[in-house]
Ligand binder design. Sequence first.
Ligand SMILES: [Mg+2]
Length: 253
Amino acid sequence: MADIPDDSAALLQLLGTPGTGVFLDFDGTLVDLAPTPDGVRLEAGVIEALALLAERHGGALAVISGRPVTQIDAMLAPLVLPVAGVHGVERRGADGTFSVAATPDVSPVLARAQALAAMHPGLLVECKRGAVALHYRLAPELEQLCMQEMTAAVQACPGVVLLHGKMVLEAKPSATDKGGAIAAFMQETPFAGRRPVFAGDDTTDEAGFVFVQQAGGQGVKVGSGPSAATLRLASPRALRAALLAASVSPFKE
Ligand SMILES: [Mg+2]
């Protein structure tokens, strides 16, 4: 990992600058990835740091995740943040308003993924609002088979695209993505008029990086791999360290 540039100082500066809007992915960004989605653990102090940072930025701190909003709430309790879930299908604004995008019918994809998982116990299927995720982290040798099946399933579903993440294939609506979710937040108080910063680790986050950079902000890629993001951190640990440091350092108001 020594070859990954460390832009912690640049991120710290952004997080300490008034007028920043902070957007954070969850898995692989705030928490380390685990063998199963249920297995992730939030490190001590992160919730407190997020609460402090949100307060400093006038509430302009949101989580932008592929998980449903309810799961993010459960992970961050008792903290309640603005959240976009299922890659932008679900969104709860800073004022508490919950909105859901229209979604295509993904039941044929779900049926096919479940049939495959029934034959291969290492596969895990997640059914979300308008999306289906097939995790093969516990059976990486099945990647090609999963790819074939999910590609075929998605081809039969108009308005659905296949996203290839870290050990996961996810069928999701083509009309919504993380860039759109951040854009929607940026239309609203307290995000409007701020300079957006978005940190994420996976394929689904690229749309978010592109949006924030077009809006005059910065994308922060966590970990290795090609990315449109202008800044880079080595790991979720490095991101957490930056958040913790930013939450206790004074603003240069
Ligand atoms: Mg992630």
